[in-house]
Design a protein around this ligand. Structure first.
Ligand code: URA
Ligand code: SF4
Length: 200
């Protein structure tokens, strides 16, 4: 797709999200967090939902989970500017609780549209919510994040072949150091795959 058109479509979508009241989460949000990054990136990262800092700054992954993610990205040789990063749910659930199924149902069409605009070759899901959502979208069975993570899945999305990689959520690694290494492995897997995909 023409980069100007991509940009225009994404701006329209962001404008829609900025006034969205499709689920109750709009009531407590300071700012929705649509996502940010390179619309022409071969890879999209999908988190769960904004937290406190994300809600204040209207940017994804800027709090402590974001700092950890940035550190892992740097180690893997990826910059935030070279990827697109968003969340399954665009407004902060109060007290950082998990998003409800009804909220995911209301909000996920925005993610679907973002993926349709960007058309990434690789999707990396962070945490069980976005993983379970993407798995069901492409017809894979999700059992648990520990089983799903760290592997490459080939799938079809919108008629195109994509690679799906699941990772533990970086917030989980704040409480469990071991998980940081697992997240690193998943992201490294994505980076190596990105090099291969871009060679073609
Ligand atoms: N956790 C998420 O899932 N997304 C963010 O943007 C920040 C923290
Ligand atoms: Fe709309 Fe999504 Fe925010 Fe709910 S979470 S109000 S569906 S943008």
């Amino acid at each position: 797709m023409d980069p100007h058109l991509k940009n225009e479509l994404m701006q329209q979508l962001i404008a829609e999200i900025s006034i969205c009241k499709k689920c109750g989460l709009w009531k407590n949000r300071k700012n929705p967090v649509p996502g940010e990054g390179d619309l022409n990136a071969p890879i999209v990262f999908i988190g769960e939902a904004p937290g406190r800092w994300e809600d204040m700054e209207s940017k994804p992954f800027v709090g402590s989970a974001g700092e950890l993610l940035n550190r892992i990205l740097r180690k893997a040789g990826l910059s935030r500017g070279s990827i697109y990063i968003t969340n399954l749910v665009k407004c902060r659930p109060p007290g950082n609780r998990d998003p409800h199924i009804s909220e995911i149902e209301s909000c996920s069409p925005y993610l679907d549209q973002q993926l349709d605009i960007i058309k990434p070759k690789i999707i990396l899901t962070l945490g069980r919510h976005s993983t379970s959502y993407m798995f069901s979208k492409v017809g894979l069975t999700f059992r648990s994040i520990s089983e799903a993570q760290g592997k490459i899945y080939e799938a079809k999305l919108g008629g195109s072949k994509i690679y799906l990689i699941a990772s533990y959520h970086p917030a989980a690694a704040l409480y469990n150091m071991q998980l940081e290494g697992e997240i690193e492995k998943s992201i490294k897997l994505a980076k190596d795959l990105m090099n291969k995909v871009e060679e073609r």
